[in-house]
Design a protein around this ligand. Structure first.
Ligand SMILES: *[C@@H]1O[C@H](CO)[C@@H](O)[C@H](O)[C@H]1NC(C)=O
Ligand SMILES: *[C@@H]1O[C@H](CO)[C@@H](O)[C@H](O)[C@H]1NC(C)=O
Ligand SMILES: *[C@@H]1O[C@H](CO)[C@@H](O)[C@H](O)[C@H]1NC(C)=O
Ligand SMILES: *[C@@H]1O[C@H](CO)[C@@H](O)[C@H](O)[C@H]1NC(C)=O
Ligand SMILES: *[C@@H]1O[C@H](CO)[C@@H](O)[C@H](O)[C@H]1NC(C)=O
Length: 736
């Protein structure tokens, strides 16, 4: 029998490997196919791109239109084409302007002329490729970094004209018509390009403010279609806040800088502030990578972006807040004002913990912020899809928690009942329950931990293992019933064999899947395998195999019993009791299948109806497990009857006695054993069995109760020989 167990286990491993598409066999065969390691030949925008292998570049020396340079194209490691890279193509005008940046010698007129040329060259539709945009941005950086504004040795007219030329260039570069160039730049060159651009402009505003207060320009404003700028140099002694736009409606954008932002010592006539509203920036910012920290993983920028600059720079956070009122672009939930924080990490982030929300309506949100930088309003969008973005919504959590409580109750019940005597069946069921409980707790606590990708992947792999292990423990139950009852081989398989099947086999499957495709675990929305990923078959495949085998084994066991029933009186009687053990996996397994299929689709499709059905099936599944593994368990029933039918000491006595009786009987003669079994199934016992709840208290003698317990014991601990087995020399030593 030991060999049989090993055989079943080996088959399980082999078939699980073979079924899984990430197994080394299939992996190797796909690797040899050229189509999956090379990007296919294709024609795009008039360029013929030849087939090249994954992870390499190819190029064309001709750039579009008047631009000069080289077009590159990158074949990603998954053998798909990146968009064509035009960042090395530059128009001659911009290329020559770019060389002129080397001539900037600190003279204001040099800066002014270059700024005016840039303004001319960056007019809408003048930039044709992303290389033009990058070059224009580079020229802009040369103009604004350490410009003559820092020393400010110039006339106010030059300062004014230069500032305006730079601002108009910026407004043009941020024009919506260039959004495709920004997108391409973010894709192929610099994911943070526009964040860097906003950051450089902020430092430029600081220089402008310091210079304006020196050359006595007291205020300035520029209103364009996508960029509104206002600068105010505070007059000494003023108490009026700087408000921009000052005459806007109550549901429109407005920023307010109170004089009190400046500390007492600074109010000397040289304090100034600049407010800039970027009306197009939110559509240019990389939408797929908002990089929001904390609560707004799924946050979307839902307002214009505003930049506030103070001169002199104040120690942040300052006490008196600046007030920002954001008009919502569209309906959204959970509005928070977030500031663009480029200092904390290498990539830019929206930090939503620095501002206080003062008031919010469906159209407008007002915040107080104690910093001066770029701000925007983040919200989660209001459509059905985003309400359910997080897979763990309330319905689902309720369902899972209730089913978890049932599992824990079953586990505790079995632990209590089996505390004096442990059968293999009870051990296997407890391992099954324990694995499932740990799996559910991992699911509840880990599925949403998407913030850290490593943790997220680990959770995904752990869930894969635990859930697969649950199925293998179901198989272990079926194998146990088959071996111990049908083949009456009580001693051949020890609990360690079942542990091998239930815990080690799924470990091998998951280890190979995770080793090969670890990047497919953990999703940006949840930490499980996407149903669209190939690695899901490493779950579905082995699970389906286990389900099949479990059904076959269980069916053959039941069938075996029915044939016994026809011929053997004793077998017929025991059949009724064995149904308990068979029933549990037979009913639980389809439920597990249904629940987990629903779960995969509910998580992926985020349908509220599916969530509700899923929660319901989970609760039903928990109840079914509680009833069939817990309440209907023979030892539980025995305990129940003895508690309410007799003094409960009889349980331990009788169960212990039953063992001993049996061991002795069996040792002496198998025929004796059968005879005593027959007696225990006498009609008297059967009747009291059926009606025990009513009359047992009064009528059952302790010996009857003992026999009753003995009967049940033989059910659960499969020591009895239902078939006139030709192996009389079995021993009972498996359970402890
Ligand atoms: C591909 O070309 C780009 C320039 O367009 C270069 O920066 C990158 O390193 C190249 N990558 C590979 C893998 O050759
Ligand atoms: C702007 O460009 C036009 C041609 O596109 C040119 O005629 C004009 O002189 C330029 N102005 C400046 C200030 O460079
Ligand atoms: C300011 O510029 C003028 C010429 O434009 C120059 O003569 C003078 O020395 C400069 N002053 C400073 C402080 O740089
Ligand atoms: C500044 O610009 C105005 C018109 O835009 C022009 O009349 C003036 O001459 C310019 N001043 C300088 C110093 O360039
Ligand atoms: C501040 O303003 C008050 C009147 O509002 C005036 O009496 C006082 O002299 C001013 N102080 C300075 C330093 O300008």
């Amino acid at each position: 029998m030991r060999t049989k167990v090993m055989l079943v286990w080996l088959c399980g491993v082999l078939v699980a490997y073979w079924i899984s598409p990430v197994s080394p066999v299939t992996e190797a065969s796909t690797a040899t196919q050229p189509t999956t390691t090379e990007c296919p030949k294709e024609t795009l925008d008039g360029y013929d791109w030849p087939s090249i292998s994954a992870g390499t570049n190819t190029s064309h020396s001709g750039c579009p239109g008047v631009t000069l340079g080289t077009v590159y194209r990158f074949c990603r490691s998954d053998a798909t084409w990146e968009v064509a890279d035009y960042t090395r193509c530059v128009s001659p005008t911009l290329a020559s302007l770019n060389t002129q940046t080397g001539n900037l010698d600190g003279s204001p007129s040099g800066y002014l002329h270059l700024a005016e040329d840039l303004q001319n060259a960056s007019k809408p539709a003048k930039l044709v490729v992303s290389g033009d945009l990058l070059t224009a941005v580079t020229i802009m950086y040369a103009l604004v970094e350490d410009s003559f504004l820092v020393t400010c040795n110039a006339t106010s007219a030059v300062v004014m004209n230069f500032t305006e030329a730079v601002l108009i260039s910026a407004r043009q570069l941020l024009d919506n018509s260039y959004s495709s160039l920004w997108t391409e730049t973010h894709q192929v060159s610099d994911v943070d390009a526009i964040f860097t651009f906003l950051e450089k402009l902020d430092s430029f505003y600081g220089d402008v403010l310091s210079c304006f207060s020196l050359v006595n320009i007291t205020e300035y404003s520029l209103v364009t279609e996508n960029l509104d700028v206002a600068i105010e140099v505070f007059q000494a002694n003023t108490s009026e806040a700087f408000i921009f736009p000052s005459n806007s409606n109550s549901d429109a954008n407005q920023a307010t800088v109170p004089v009190a932002v400046f500390t007492e010592a600074d109010t000397s006539g040289h304090t100034a502030a600049c407010i800039v509203w970027y009306k197009s920036a939110s559509s240019l910012l990389p939408s797929t990578d908002i990089n929001a920290r904390s609560a707004h993983q799924d946050g979307q920028i839902n307002s214009d972006v505003v930049s506030v600059t103070l001169h002199p720079t104040q120690v942040q956070p300052f006490n008196e807040p600046i007030t920002l009122r954001f008009s919502h672009h569209q309906a959204g939930n959970n509005p928070v004002c977030a500031l663009l924080d480029v200092s904390l990490t290498s990539s830019s982030v929206w930090s939503d913990s620095e501002c206080e929300t003062v008031s919010t309506t469906s159209d407008v949100t007002t915040c107080n912020c104690h910093h001066a930088t770029n701000f925007a309003l983040l919200t989660t969008l209001n459509d059905d899809d985003t309400v359910l973005k997080v897979p763990l919504n309330a319905i689902m959590v309720t369902g899972v928690v209730i089913s978890l409580l049932f599992l824990v109750a079953t586990f505790v019940l079995l632990l209590y009942v089996n505390r004096s005597l442990e059968s293999d069946w009870a051990l296997v069921v407890k391992c099954f329950l324990l694995t499932y409980i740990i799996g559910q707790i991992t699911f509840l606590s880990g599925i949403n931990s998407t913030e850290n990708q490593m943790i997220c992947r680990f959770v995904g792999i752990l869930l894969h293992y635990l859930y697969l292990s649950v199925f293998f423990w179901m198989l272990a139950q079926a194998v146990l019933l088959q071996l111990k009852i049908v083949h009456a081989s009580a001693t051949s398989a020890t609990i360690s064999h079942y542990c091998l099947l239930g815990w080690v086999t799924p470990l091998l499957v998951v280890a190979s899947a995770a080793g090969l495709k670890h990047d497919q675990y953990g999703h940006d929305k949840y930490c499980w395998i996407s149903i669209w990923n190939k690695v899901i078959y490493a779950f579905i495949g082995p699970a389906a195999f286990v389900i099949l085998v479990t059904f076959v084994v269980t069916y053959s066991s039941v069938h075996g019993y029915f044939s016994i029933k026809k011929t053997d009186q004793k077998g017929a009687a025991e059949m009724g009791k064995l149904k308990h053990a068979f029933r549990a996996p037979m009913i639980t397994l389809p439920l597990l299948m249904i629940t987990w299929t629903l779960k995969a689709f509910a998580i992926e499709l985020r349908s509220e109806a599916l969530y509700a059905i899923f929660a319901l099936t989970y609760i039903i599944q928990g109840m079914v497990i509680f009833v069939f593994y817990g309440v209907l368990d023979n030892q539980v029933q025995t305990l129940y009857r003895s508690k309410f039918g007799h003094n409960h000491k009889a349980v331990h006595d009788s169960s212990g006695r039953a063992w001993n009786d049996k061991v002795e009987t069996n040792k002496t003669s198998p025929n004796n054993f059968r005879a005593s079994s027959m007696t225990s199934f006498s009609s008297r016992a059967s009747e009291s069995f059926a009606t025990n709840r009513n009359d047992s208290t009064a009528s059952l003698s302790s010996s009857t109760a003992r026999r009753l317990n003995f009967q049940k014991k033989t059910l659960v601990i499969p020591l009895k020989r239902p078939v006139p087995s030709p192996t009389p020399s079995q021993t009972q030593g498996t359970s402890t």
